[in-house]
Write a protein that binds this ligand. Structure first.
Ligand code: GLU
Length: 504
């Protein structure tokens, strides 16, 4: 068991046993999702957001959103909006005001100067062009370039002169000797010898902070207790730890979650199809299914259990179940997961999710659908079992909303191959159903089974051609339910139309 969990459990026990009311601020975990708004919310980001959110919900913590918009050239408002939209669609709402990193540049600047004052950093007047030249030289020799601190060393007099002449300088962190290590909640002990870390810039000569400083300064200010993010950030972590230490701030815990790969084992990218969460929103996925699927990208509950709704995810989620190995994004599994959730969610929850899709498809107006709520919910229950996506439901729903159906050529050639006999059976079916006083399941079934007996054929020989007449396809919910949901008059008209079609 990882230390964080132990810490929480013991805090919980101590509180209840002693009966002392601790201020919740002392123990409440604070986690954050810190996207850079340079594109849409992609699957990997949403997964990282979800893990943090689940952790916060599980431990009565606080989930924060920080938009890392310091890269002005690449950050866009459109992307920020897409991130908000994606998170909102998934229900991953944040608990405090959004923090915009770019708005904190004065603090970043002040923190860099604090490090300068306490000796943890120094001014580097070396022109960037000189550093570029040295780097190119080292690379030409096949060496890795590492900034040599002695290059920045100036006598007091030279320093005073430079400052007096307002020469531009960057602020570099003075990496101390030793080893920087931490107990990662996923990877356990990770250690970096400090000699491998160069004295990195924390503030550029134009006064803008470098990524690692901005992140640490913000995480300290936001009182983040655990940093959970993609393992592509592992190499930043030692630098960040050194900054925490130099700023005299307590370290958060770190959990580095695995990357997500496409089915071909390559890093997930556009080549693998839709990777933006917003795309899935419009592909007819349920947010609950997407969350369940995302949760399993790099985490498992310690059993074979896969289909989980949100309360169960919250209950079972823990950093113990996080994987070290990269996860594979499998769209087939996502579809399967969605099918599972379609069958699982309460109908009253599903109804408002599917309704806009039916309206968008032009089947019906929202107010008309509201007026037929009971009918609609019943239909949804029939259709969802054969559907993997909301789009599947919409497709299957067409015959119940439209006056006419389109016949699928395959269904026609399979069930109406012998047009004459199909036409006869359909006409007889039409006559029987038309003679019924009520449009009830039992009565319809009884009369059509009696017809089959009279014609000396199996029920299927009646139901299959009838199905094509009603929905145009060879598959549908039970035929009597179909009749019921299409309704008496429309079903009879459809039978007439089928007979007429077969006569041509
Ligand atoms: N903005 C960084 C990213 O999008 C995340 C930084 C962090 O989580 O510390 O990769």
């Amino acid at each position: 068991m990882h230390s964080c969990r132990r810490a929480f459990l013991s805090i919980g026990f101590a509180t209840s046993r002693s009966g002392v009311l601790m201020t919740s601020a002392a123990v409440r975990p604070r986690v954050r999702f810190a996207p850079s708004p340079t594109g849409s919310l992609h699957v990997g980001g949403a997964r990282t957001a979800l893990f943090n959110w689940l952790y916060a919900r599980k431990y009565d913590g606080v989930f924060l959103l920080r938009v890392e918009d310091t890269d002005r050239a690449r950050s866009t408002d459109e992307s920020t909006r897409a991130i908000f939209d994606g998170l909102t669609w998934l229900g991953l709402t944040w608990d405090e005001d959004v923090v915009y990193q770019g708005a904190n540049s004065a603090r970043h600047y002040a923190d860099a100067h604090r490090l300068l004052e306490n000796g943890s950093a120094y001014r580097d007047f070396t022109p960037p062009s000189e550093i570029d030249r040295l780097r190119a030289e080292a690379e030409a020799r096949g060496d890795a370039f590492k900034f040599d601190r002695s290059m920045a060393e100036l006598s007091e007099r030279d320093l005073a002169d430079k400052l007096a002449s307002s020469a531009p300088y960057a602020i570099r962190f003075r990496v101390p000797d030793g080893v920087t290590e931490w107990n990662d909640l996923v990877h356990e002990r990770i250690a970096f010898p400090n000699k491998d870390i160069e004295d990195f810039i924390i503030l550029r000569s134009d006064g803008t902070p470098v990524y690692n400083l901005a992140v640490v300064s913000d995480d300290i200010d936001m009182r983040i207790t655990m940093v959970m993010r993609g393992d592509d950030h592992i190499s930043n972590t030692p630098k960040q730890i050194l900054l925490y230490q130099a700023l005299g701030a307590p370290l958060p815990q770190f959990a580095h979650v695995p990357m997500i790969l496409g089915a071909d084992g390559k890093k997930l990218s556009k080549r693998h199809g839709a990777t933006a969460v917003g795309d899935y929103q419009y592909l007819g996925l349920l947010p609950g299914a997407m969350l369940n699927f995302l949760a399993l990208l790099g985490w498992s509950p310690g059993s074979d259990l896969e289909v989980m709704q949100l309360p169960e995810l919250i209950e079972r989620f823990d950093t113990d179940g996080l994987h070290k190995k990269a996860a594979v994004f499998d769209t087939k599994k996502l579809e399967w997961m969605n099918g599972q959730h379609l069958a699982l969610v309460p109908l009253e929850e599903l109804a408002p999710v599917v309704a806009p899709a039916l309206v968008r498809a032009g089947y019906i107006r929202a107010d008309e659908l509201n007026a037929r709520h009971t009918w609609y919910v019943g239909l949804l229950d029939l259709l969802r079992v054969r559907s993997r996506t909301i789009d599947d439901i919409v497709r299957q729903a067409a015959p119940y909303f439209h006056e006419t159906v389109e016949y699928d050529p395959e269904a026609v050639s399979k069930q109406w191959r012998d047009a004459e006999s199909a036409s006869k059976i359909l006409a007889a079916t039409r006559a029987r159903l038309g003679a019924l006083d009520s449009w009830e399941l039992a009565g319809m079934e009884e009369s059509l089974r009696a017809l089959a007996d009279e014609l000396g054929i199996s029920g299927g020989k009646i139901f299959q051609p009838l199905r094509v007449a009603l929905v145009g396809l060879t598959v549908s919910p039970g035929i009597f339910e179909v009749l019921q949901y299409i309704g008496r008059e429309r079903s009879l008209r459809r039978l007439d139309a089928a007979v007429a079609y077969l006569a041509t």
